[in-house]
Design a protein around this ligand. Structure first.
Ligand SMILES: Cc1ncc(COP(=O)(O)O)c(C=O)c1O
Length: 468
C-alpha cells in the first residue's frame, strides 16, 4: 500500500486555504456541506506519474486519471513546456473565420486516427460541448437534407453525456435532470448493455444474444417514435455511468445496421473511451464499427489543457462545403492554440511510448487481477475493458441483491469513498446506477500497479462488508 507520508509539496496555508474554499469555492457535482464539517475538502497540489499528493504531503495512487483524463500520467514537463512555448508564440486566436497552425495540425492528426471518412473536426473546450455540437449538427444536417422533422435523439439508460441542456437531454440519469426540467426536448432512452443485470431487463440468454436484443431496443424506439423524427443515436463504446458496460459482441454491428436502415446518425461518444482508454486512439476501432460522428475530449491533452472535438464524416460535412451554408455554432476557446499544441505533443507521447499497445497487452492482466476480488462477499461483478473497469458491489452475490438507498448512502458516501482515499487510492465510488467502484488509471502503469490497486481494494472492501 502506498500511503507514504512523503512531503513532496508542503503547503503552508492549509487552514487558510480550507477557509477560502469554504467561503468561496463551489465544487462540481458535490455536496457543499462537506466544507462545513471540520474535515474540509481534500486539496490536491501535485501529480507525478500515476501519483498525486494532497496539501498535507500525503501521496495517493491516482486510480481514475483525475477524471478519466490524465491518460499519459502526471508531471510531464514536456507538455508544460509545449504549452508555455505556444502561449509565448500565440496565446489565443479564435477559429471564427480564422485558423492557427496548432488547430490545423491537430485536426489533421485526429482525422488521420479516425476511422472511415470521419475527416472533419469541429473543436470545443470539453466533452459536453462536443456532444452539444453533435446534437445541433445532427438536427441541422437533416434540415439541410429536406427532412426537418428528424430531430429526436436516442441514448441509453443511466448514460452520462454532459451537462449543457442539449447534452442533458441525451444524458439518461433522471436524478441529474429533474431539477432542470424541462430540458431540451427530444431525448429518448433505451436499455443499456448491463449484461450482469440483463435478467432484470427481461432478457435471458447468451451475451451475444443480449447484444442483438439490446440493439433491437434501439430499432424498436425508432419505430415507436417514427423514423422520420429520429436524428441520431448517442452511445459510448463502453458506457461509464452505471459502471463500465462493454458492448456485447455484435452489438455495434447490429446498431450500425439499424441506423443505416432508418437513416439515423450514429454518434460514438468517446469522451472517456478515446485516446487509449480502450487501447486504441478511438474505441470504435476496438469494437469494429464506423460511426457518423465521434465526440471526444479528456485524454486528448491528458488534461494539461482543456479541449474537446466533434469529428464528422464527409457525408455530414458535404452540405457545408458549398455556397452560403455555415454551421452557426462555436466556442471562443474551441481549439485553443495552447490546448491544440499540447494535444499534439500528448499524442506524440502516445506514439513514442506505445501507450495504446501497453493497454492492449496489459488489459487482460488488469482484469484477472481485479477478478481476484470476486472471492469477497461484497463483490458481485468485475467488468470493463482496456484500462477501464467497474466493480459492482452487492448485498447478496447469489441473488445479486443491491443496496437500498440508505445502505448505499452509508456504504458509498459514508465509508467507501473516504476509506479508499484514506488508504491511498483515489478512485470513484459511484451510485448513479447500482453501487460501483470505478478504475481508470493512467495508461502508463502495469501489473505491479494492478496488484497494488487490488491490495488496497481488498482491504477496504473487506472492511466495508464488516461494517454493513
Ligand atoms: C461520455 C461522456 N460524454 C460527455 C461528457 C461531458 O464532458 P465534459 O465534462 O468535458 O463536459 C462526459 C464527462 O465525463 C462523458 O463521460
Amino acid at each position: 500500500m502506498t500511503t507514504t507520508e512523503q512531503p513532496v509539496t508542503t503547503f503552508a496555508g492549509e487552514t487558510e486555504m480550507q477557509q477560502k474554499a469554504k467561503d468561496h469555492l463551489w465544487m462540481h457535482f458535490a455536496r457543499q456541506s462537506v466544507m462545513e464539517d471540520g474535515a474540509g475538502v481534500p486539496i490536491i497540489t501535485k501529480g507525478e506519474g500515476h501519483h498525486i499528493w494532497d496539501s498535507k504531503g500525503k501521496k495517493y495512487f491516482d486510480g481514475l486519471s483525475g477524471l478519466f483524463v490524465v491518460n499519459a500520467g502526471h508531471g510531464r514537463r514536456r507538455l508544460a513546456q509545449v504549452a508555455a512555448k505556444q502561449a509565448e508564440e500565440l496565446a489565443f486566436f479564435p477559429l471564427w473565420s480564422y485558423a492557427h497552425p496548432s488547430a490545423i495540425e491537430l485536426a489533421d492528426r485526429l482525422a488521420s486516427y479516425a476511422p472511415g471518412d470521419l475527416n472533419r473536426v469541429f473543436f470545443s473546450t470539453g466533452g459536453g460541448e462536443a456532444v452539444e455540437t453533435a446534437f445541433k449538427l445532427a438536427k441541422y444536417y437533416w434540415k439541410l437534407q429536406g427532412r426537418p422533422t428528424k430531430h429526436k435523439v436516442i441514448s441509453r439508460a443511466v448514460a452520462y453525456h454532459g451537462t449543457p441542456q442539449g447534452a442533458l437531454a441525451i444524458t439518461g440519469i433522471p436524478a441529474m435532470k429533474e431539477m432542470f426540467e424541462p430540458v431540451t426536448p427530444g431525448g429518448f432512452r433505451v436499455p443499456n448493455t448491463n449484461y450482469y443485470r440483463a435478467e432484470e431487463m427481461g432478457f435471458t440468454g447468451t451475451e451475444e444474444q443480449f447484444g442483438v436484443w439490446a440493439a433491437n431496443r434501439i430499432e424498436e424506439m425508432i419505430q415507436f417514435e417514427g423514423p422520420e423524427t429520429v436524428a441520431a443515436v448517442f452511445l459510448e463504446p463502453v458506457q461509464n455511468s452505471g459502471g463500465c458496460f462493454p458492448p456485447p459482441p455484435g452489438y455495434f454491428q447490429r446498431v450500425r445496421e439499424i441506423c443505416d436502415k432508418y437513416d439515423v446518425l450514429l454518434v460514438s461518444d468517446e469522451v472517456i473511451c478515446a485516446f487509449g482508454r480502450i487501447g486504441h486512439m478511438f474505441a470504435c476501432d476496438a469494437y469494429g464499427y464506423v460511426p457518423d460522428m465521434i465526440t471526444c475530449a479528456k485524454g486528448m491533452t491528458s488534461g494539461y489543457s482543456p479541449i474537446g472535438a466533434t469529428i464528422v464524416s464527409d457525408r455530414l460535412y458535404e452540405p457545408f462545403k458549398h455556397g452560403q451554408t455555415s454551421f452557426y455554432h462555436g466556442y471562443t476557446f474551441g481549439g485553443h492554440p495552447v490546448s491544440s499544441a499540447v494535444a499534439l505533443a500528448n499524442l506524440d507521447i502516445f506514439e513514442e511510448e506505445g501507450l495504446n499497445e501497453n493497454v492492449r497487452t496489459n488489459s487482460p492482466i488488469f482484469r484477472q487481477t481485479l477478478e481476484k476480488l470476486l472471492d469477497l462477499p461484497i463483490v458481485g461483478d468485475v467488468r470493463g475493458d482496456g484500462y477501464f473497469f467497474g466493480i459492482e458491489l452487492v448485498k447478496d452475490k447469489a441473488t445479486k441483491e443491491t443496496f437500498d438507498d440508505a445502505e448505499s448512502e452509508r456504504l458509498l458516501r459514508g465509508f467507501l469513498s473516504k476509506g479508499l482515499f484514506d488508504a491511498g487510492l483515489y478512485c470513484r465510488a459511484d451510485d448513479r446506477g447500482d453501487p460501483v467502484v470505478q478504475l481508470a488509471p493512467p495508461l502508463t502503469i502495469g501489473p505491479a500497479e494492478f496488484d497494488e490497486i487490488e491490495g488496497i481494494l481488498r482491504s477496504v472492501l473487506t472492511e466495508a462488508w464488516s461494517r454493513l
